[in-house]
Ligand binder design. Structure first.
Ligand code: BJW
Length: 252
């Protein structure tokens, strides 16, 4: 049985607003590698070589190919018990928002109502020059032909609709994330190493603004010292047990 406190269950059962920040760890049990864990995406590649615009311009085929591979993994993955538990939690609290750093669409596919994507969505692509949206098939065809994928209108390079280091997060998503953080009575940080900013600042801001803050992670993170409690374990075990406990408390 995961080791969470009665205080957390009580606070969730009494909360008007719950906000949850998620990272790659929540999708690990769906078979999508995290970034920084052993065996993760960046064991093989230096993030500075792939997840920034200079790397893309230096070698667009390499970066487009890497994202195409990851898109295929994501499309074949299914939401797991952790994603499902957060979607289920919506039935037991008046308002719930999931703020995700993940680009894998799995919260939406688990039918969570409010999902705020901070780092974009890997299934979308757009032209760097004219910014028109371009379907993934165009990228697939070009890469199979050994060419960088280019815009059918203006020949600009096609890039994934994700946020790379040094780029601003989508302003509307960041504003919504800050608003739900400020409102939150309870804030959960799930499956993130909490080292990438500005997302990593949200659990800290939530606590400063009065929320009860808990993290769910098998390991220590950048915000472990800032939260009220840490529940050590995989999200797919911890979240269903936590949501069951909240449901039992709410239904009493
Ligand atoms: C489990 C589990 C299981 C395993 N259950 N858990 C302030 C201070 C210092 C630096 C900065 C700052 N503000 C801005 C910066 C610069 C930079 C930054 O943060 N750098 C730091 C790394 C030093 N940030 C930016 O550049 C951001 N832009 C920005 O701020 O613009 C304004 C600005 C620009 C320049 C200067 C200053 C300001 C943009 C950040 C974009 C991040 N993009 C990426 C790639 C997205 C595209 C892609 O998918 O390829 O986003 S990087 C990568 O890290 C990805 C993730 O969303 C993000 C976070 O990773 P996450 O999700 O936490 O994964 P992991 O792998 O790190 O952790 C997994 C966790 O799961 C672990 O803890 C495991 O234990 C756990 N786990 N199994 C639960 N079953």
């Amino acid at each position: 049985m995961p080791d969470f406190s009665d205080t957390l269950v009580d606070r969730l059962a009494e909360a008007d607003h719950v906000a949850v920040l998620t990272g790659a760890g929540i999708s690990a049990e769906s078979g999508i590698p995290t970034f920084r864990d052993p065996g993760g995406l960046w064991d093989e590649f230096d993030p500075q070589e792939l997840a920034n615009v200079e790397a893309f311009l230096d070698n667009p085929e390499l970066v487009q190919g890497w994202y195409r591979h990851r898109r295929q993994v994501v499309v074949e993955a299914e939401p797991n018990a952790g994603h499902q538990a957060l979607a289920d939690l919506e039935a037991h609290v008046p308002s719930l928002a999931v703020v995700t750093q993940n680009v894998d669409n799995l919260h939406t596919r688990a039918e969570t109502g409010t999902v705020i994507e901070l780092h974009g969505n890997i299934t979308d692509n757009y032209c760097m020059d004219c910014e028109r949206a371009v379907g993934a098939e165009a990228v697939d065809v070009a890469i199979q032909e050994g060419e960088p994928a280019r815009c059918p209108d203006c020949e600009g390079l096609i890039r994934p609709d994700v946020v790379w280091f040094g780029e601003m997060l989508p302003a509307d998503a960041m504003a919504r994330a800050e608003a739900v953080t400020e409102r939150a009575d309870v804030f959960l940080s799930v499956g993130t190493s909490a080292v990438v900013h500005p997302a990593a600042q949200l659990p800290v801001a939530a606590r400063e603004q009065g929320a009860y803050v808990a993290e769910v992670n098998p390991d220590t993170t950048g915000v472990t010292d800032d939260v009220h409690e840490t529940i050590r374990g995989p999200a797919g075990d911890v979240l269903p047990a936590l949501v069951d406990a909240v449901a039992a408390r709410v239904d009493v």
